[in-house]
Design a binder for this molecule. Structure first.
Ligand code: NAG
Ligand code: NAG
Ligand code: NAG
Length: 360
């Protein structure tokens, strides 16, 4: 409890610092230098970034010890192959249900493609919650960040993690004992913010492979971070939002996208065309969560409408108010998200059928 509180205080400090820097910056015309300052990042000559505003990272909890007595969820970092540095953080409930396997959730954390890690405390805690309340086996992907590794590096890493899960299912090279708890016929891909974009792209790319015995049963997108050249109404109305100021968002996209790609490339604007569109109709069911207080909400609404027009089963919730990342600060918003995901992943759907409308 004390640890949770400390984490929340750190997150709030981070947000206050970021928001003060933003308030300072928004009184002028914005330059990319201001965006860098707001994000706490600086360029090095070799093209790498220094990331100075850091949310703490935490170690996994592989077993009970005096530092973590009676954990409800266990976690460990796993190197995917001896030949690469790619890792995932794997989570299982400490007391999984008896005689029953659990859905397997592949999770992609947020951070604008540029920041954070699977071990960042807010995402680590989120995965602990998913493992406990879903309940599920969670594979949180440690994907490469931009601009050192521009898109599609993060999509490649997510796909690679899915291949690793497939090999675990087949027992290729042995199976991690925790994977015995997983039901490989009930796999869900989940992402928040930029992680939701990665989840979307990897779900589409996965359609091109024989993933047996894995069955991807759903794609869960929480406050996706899509964009485009033309501003949407919600982006215009909320352009100075403290959580997703659009001038900062513009700079982040220029860091993430390959050179010469504009924001109508499908990596950013998934309904603008491109090679993935033809596969959309083969997607499993999709859950989309958005908040009308988030400048990016219209992008999720447009994607939801597009997927529905392609006859993809779409379940969605768009809450009034709220903001980008609300579930990381507001317990009841987090609980609502977990409940939605649990019902979408099961056989029953509770009231997730609001009429899609564009924010005015
Ligand atoms: C980045 O960090 C390194 C190591 O702390 C430091 O030497 C370097 O000057 C920093 N770069 C910038 C652009 O601040
Ligand atoms: C689990 O299954 C075994 C045999 O299949 C049975 O003997 C045992 O009672 C079951 N346990 C629970 C908690 O259902
Ligand atoms: C938390 O979010 C819920 C909606 O999910 C909202 O009703 C409530 O007012 C929020 N609480 C705070 C303290 O912001």
């Amino acid at each position: 409890m004390a640890k949770l509180l400390a984490n929340q205080i750190l997150l709030i400090i981070f947000l206050i610092v970021a928001s003060q820097q933003w308030q300072h910056a928004q009184s002028q015309t914005h330059t990319w230098q201001e965006a860098f300052k707001a994000l706490g990042i600086a360029w090095n000559r070799d093209g790498t970034l220094n990331r100075t505003i850091q949310i703490p990272m935490v170690d996994p909890t592989p077993y009970e010890d005096s530092a973590t007595p009676s954990p409800t969820v266990l976690s460990q970092d796993i190197q995917l192959s001896s030949k690469s540095k790619a890792t995932v953080r794997l989570y299982v409930p400490a007391n999984p249900p008896k005689n029953k396997t659990l859905p397997l959730v592949v999770y992609l954390h947020g951070g604008d493609f540029v920041l954070f890690s699977a071990s960042t405390v807010i995402f680590h805690n989120f995965c602990n919650d998913i493992a406990e309340f879903f309940p599920a086996v969670v594979v949180s992907v440690e994907y490469r960040l931009a601009p050192e590794n521009k898109l599609p590096a993060a999509f490649d890493d997510a796909l690679n993690a899915i291949f690793w899960v497939q090999n675990q299912a087949k027992g290729v090279g042995g199976r991690d004992p925790w994977m015995e708890f997983a039901d490989f016929s009930r796999v869900f891909i989940l992402g928040s913010s930029a992680g939701a974009n990665i989840a979307y792209h990897v779900a589409l790319r996965a359609l091109d492979f024989d993933l047996r015995p894995l069955q991807i049963k759903g794609l869960l997108m929480n406050q996706a971070y899509f964009g485009g050249v033309q501003r949407t109404q919600s982006e215009i109305n909320l352009k100075d939002d403290p959580y997703v100021a659009l001038y900062v968002n513009d700079v982040l996209w220029s860091l993430a996208l390959p050179l010469n790609f504009n924001r109508d490339h499908e990596f950013c604007n998934p309904i603008s065309g491109g090679t993935y569109l033809g596969r959309v109709y083969r997607l499993p069911k999709v859950y989309i969560k958005g908040d009308y207080g988030d400048p990016l909400v219209d992008r999720s609404i447009l994607l939801g409408k597009f997927l529905q027009s392609c006859k993809v089963p779409v379940y969605y919730r768009f809450n009034t108010g709220g903001f980008h990342g609300i579930e990381l600060q507001n317990k009841s918003a987090a609980q609502q998200l977990y409940n939605d995901m649990r019902s979408v992943s099961g056989f029953f759907f509770f009231g997730l059928s609001f009429v899609l409308g564009v924010h005015d």
